[in-house]
Each structure stands twice: as C-alpha cells, then as structure tokens.
Write a protein that binds this ligand. Structure first.
Ligand code: DX5
Ligand code: ZN
Length: 234
C-alpha cells in the first residue's frame, strides 16, 4: 500500500484454534505451524463479555509445548481483564490483547501486560472507534480490528472494516514516523482466500483465520494461498 512506510512489518498468518479439533488440540497446533503458520491465535471467551465460553490459561499451558517458539497470540474476550493477565503470561502467552470496553482502566491493563513480559494489544469491535487507542499508542505492540462481532468463528467479514483499516494504517504509520515505534495491525473475523487481498491492501499486516484454515483439508496449501493472495494486493 502506498502509505505504508518502507520498513513495513512482514506479514503474519495467525490461525485461530477456535476452529481446530479440540479433542486433538496439541496435534492441531503442531500441524498448523508445520504447515507454515506464524502465530497461534488463542480466543478466550467468558460467557459474560461475549456470549460463548471457550478456553483459558490451563489450555494455553497445555498447548505451549506444541507451539515451540511460535508466539501464542491471546485474544481476551473476557471482563474484567486484569486478573487473567498474569495467569496467561505464566501459561506461555507471548502477546495479550483485550477489548477496551472490558477494562475500567485501559492504560493500566496495558502496563500490566507489559510488566508481565508480554506484548500488548487492544482489540476494537466493528462499532468501536479508533479514537479509543489514540492516547495509548506508545503502550501498544498490536492493534487488532475485529471484522466480525466477537464470540464465534465462521461469521462473515463486515465490509466497514476496510475503511477503518485504512484509517488505522494511517494512524500507525504517522505514529511510526513520529516515534519510530512500530505497531502491528491485525484483523480478525471472516478472513478468507477471496478477501485477504483487499484486507491486505487496506493496511493489515497480521491475519487471523480460523475456519478458512482449519476448515480446509490441506492447511499448508491454504496458508500458502492466503499468503500469496495477501501479497498480490497488499
Ligand atoms: C471471534 C474470534 C475469531 C474467530 C475467527 O470472536 O475472535 O478469532 O475464531 O474465526 P473465522 O476466521 O472463522 O472468522
Ligand atoms: Zn480472535
């Protein structure tokens, strides 16, 4: 994309294990990484912040040995947030992101995440404005834009995410020019082979894909196709 700085971060593919076979989770993690995935995206849901209940620090710890050196990208859809941060850090999370609506003190939560040795991210729902992160950019390693409403895998990409990604890219690039700090721009929800190109063109550099990867019969071919489609337009 023309507004991207020359030092743009390399593209990363982060399969969401929400769509993996939970009865064989360790093996799924190992297989998807061997198939070329960069990160493991880990969706923690609490049936309070979102209407679904998934996995927590114990499962993170259990899959950690199968992830090797790959980063576990923990996406917290829980409320409140702070008490779970040390638990996920101990369980092997490399990056922890959370929704600002779920924390009373966003700046403090970001500090707690970094204090526990993890990279920190904020996640914005489709209707949540970018302005939420304007004053905490210096504390962010990643900004995640939801392209579905959080809670379930297999939903359709919400098109208004594309202009929002372009605005987020401009914000992040301006911040990088002013401070030298580079923040990843991740997108999560409904990312597929037929839309990853335009999502990359809008400025995302980190792509979560759940059903697109785990619903395919050949993880390796799917990840390679996602990468090449993202590169073609990105
Ligand atoms: C939704 C989760 C996503 C989800 C993505 O709340 O945060 O990570 O698993 O799944 P797909 O790629 O199937 O939309
Ligand atoms: Zn997620």
């Amino acid at each position: 994309m023309s507004s991207a700085p020359n030092n743009a971060l390399p593209m990363l593919i982060a399969p969401s294990i929400l769509s993996a076979d939970f009865a064989r989770l360790g093996e799924e993690v190992k297989t998807v990484l061997a198939a070329g995935a960069d990160w493991i995206h880990f969706d923690a849901m609490d049936n309070h912040y979102v209407p679904n209940l998934t996995i927590g620090p114990m499962v993170c710890s259990a899959i950690k040995p199968y992830a090797g050196s790959a980063l576990i990208d923990v996406h917290l859809m829980v409320e409140p947030v702070d008490a779970l941060v040390p638990m996920f850090a101990k369980a092997g999370a490399g990056l922890i992101s959370f929704h600002p609506e779920a924390s009373k003190h966003v700046d403090r939560t970001l500090q707690i995440i970094r204090d526990h040795g993890c990279q920190a991210g904020v996640v914005l729902n489709p209707a949540t404005p970018l302005a939420c992160v304007e004053h905490v950019l210096d504390r962010l390693d990643l900004l995640l834009l939801m392209s579905v409403n959080p809670g379930f895998g297999g939903q359709s990409f919400i098109a208004s995410t594309l202009p929002k990604l372009r605005q987020a890219r401009a914000l992040i690039d301006r911040h990088a020019r002013e401070s030298g700090q580079r923040i990843r721009l991740e997108v999560d929800g409904g990312v597929k082979l037929d839309n990853i190109g335009e999502i990359a063109a809008a400025g995302a550099d980190t792509f979560v894909a759940g059903s697109a990867i785990f619903g395919s019969s050949d993880y390796s071919a799917t990840i390679a196709q996602l990468r090449s489609s993202a590169r073609r337009l990105g």
